[in-house]
Ligand binder design. Structure first.
Ligand code: COA
Length: 386
């Protein structure tokens, strides 16, 4: 007897985690027991990494040791930089990350060791190297040489330093830090599940992270932040929002990118915090146009019966698009920036999976024919004329 298939696995519990609680009905998120609003207000990204990887907050020495470890392991091997220079300048930056991360596994000091302890050391290196890769690719494709990371900066500060070679601006560093904190972890989302599935086969952390990046790339997941910004750019001016909403969303049934969520049926708490930061950053940059477009579109959607009935609210990608655009990042770099943060959550789940592993192998209902008669190829009916 066949069982009812659950194509999107909604509500299916596939494991236990101490990383985060995502309560979609209440619109609540906490990492390791701390509510996301408190963490966004007070924590550095490195504190979040420690919390997710150790299930507790670090003391002063532990935090400084982790920050230093990440920063001092963030350099890219020269051979990898040479490889990056050979990539087409218009390559999708997510494909660049996928390729570069697979290549980084050749150079890793623990390449042959697939233990939990080695995975922890590799995760420290990957966290720093992904940041360096994002900055290096931005510079290479604009014709500039990459800048090596510094040992004395936070991850957010180092990224901004490696972009421009200047002392990072405090406001931009703080905004980027909040972004990294908010996106670091989110339960059993598609890319995290992918990382767990790969880890469960006893494959290595580089492979699990490459697979997770591939899952994150899609516009229904992490690709939504750049899709949202492209939509705001298409709208162009705050005064065009009402017409665009009527023509594109109500008439043509286009989806508003950055709105809606599989789990949140109440406002996404991350979007609330990001909205405040995006507003403040836009005001301090002297250009609130993009924020105004996003807010007007949000208000149009929230006043509309279709969105109200389906409980569709801005998700994390909606206002993060404005924040990243305001710190002057190219739209196609938004999803790689998501990777820079989510490596923390993916790694935490990879460690959990390794500690209590079981091959993940669901099943499908077979709906094809049975008992067909085999015929040699020359005796089969001709199917095509080509
Ligand atoms: N704009 C307009 N309508 C939307 C919508 C959006 N962004 N998101 C969902 N809907 C509508 C669907 O058309 C559907 O309507 P119906 O009931 O008339 O068929 C209903 O809401 C449910 O959508 P569904 O696709 O079944 O929900 P889901 O849980 O599978 O999808 C997302 C969740 C995230 C994939 C979906 O909301 C979406 O595509 N959002 C835009 C992309 C995005 O921001 N992704 C990042 C997620 S963090």
């Amino acid at each position: 007897m066949t069982e009812q298939a659950n194509r999107g696995l909604e509500g299916v519990v596939v494991g236990e985690t101490r990383t985060s609680l995502v309560d979609g009905a209440a619109g609540r998120l906490s990492y390791g027991g701390y509510c996301i609003e408190d963490l966004a207000a007070h924590a550095s990204f490195e504190e979040i990494v420690y919390l997710l990887w150790h299930n507790r907050l670090p003391d002063v020495a532990e935090l400084e040791a982790l920050r230093h470890d990440i920063a001092s392991n963030a350099r890219l091997p020269e051979t990898l930089l040479a490889q990056l220079r050979s990539f087409p300048l218009d390559a999708d930056p997510m494909a660049v990350l996928e390729s570069a991360l697979a290549a980084l596994s050749f150079h890793d000091a623990d390449a042959a060791d697939n233990s939990l302890e080695a995975a922890r050391r590799k995760a420290i290196r990957l966290t720093g190297q992904i940041t360096t890769l994002c900055a290096a690719w931005i510079r290479l494709r604009q014709g500039d040489d990459p800048i090596a990371p510094r040992n004395d900066l936070s991850l957010a500060g180092n990224f901004l330093y490696m972009l421009r070679g200047e002392e990072p601006d405090e406001t931009a560093t703080a905004a980027l830090n909040v972004y990294l904190v908010l996106l670091a972890e989110h339960g059993m989302n598609a890319s995290t599940f992918t990382a767990r599935v790969v880890t469960a086969t006893e494959s290595d952390i580089h492979s699990a992270v490459v697979a997770a990046i591939s899952a994150l790339k899609g516009p229904a997941h992490g690709g939504a932040n750049s899709a949202a910004m492209n939509m705001f750019i298409e709208i162009g001016e705050p005064c065009r929002v009402a017409d665009w909403f009527r023509d594109e969303v109500l008439d043509k049934r286009r989806r508003i990118m950055g709105i809606g969520h599989r789990v949140y049926k109440a406002p996404d708490p991350r979007a609330r915090v990001l909205k405040q930061h995006a507003r403040a950053l836009a005001a301090s940059s002297g250009n609130s146009k993009w924020f105004d477009i996003a807010e007007k579109l949000e208000l149009a959607a929230r006043a509309n019966e279709f969105f109200i009935q389906r409980r569709l609210f801005p998700n994390v990608d909606y206002y993060s698009a404005i924040l990243l655009y305001t710190i002057d990042l190219d739209v196609d770099m938004f999803t790689p920036l998501f990777v820079m943060s989510r490596i923390a959550g993916w790694s935490a789940h990879i460690f959990e999976q390794k500690r209590n592993n079981r091959l993940i192998r669901p099943k499908a209902n077979y709906v094809g024919p049975l008992d067909l008669e085999w015929k040699p190829v020359t005796e089969r009916p001709v199917q095509s004329t080509g």
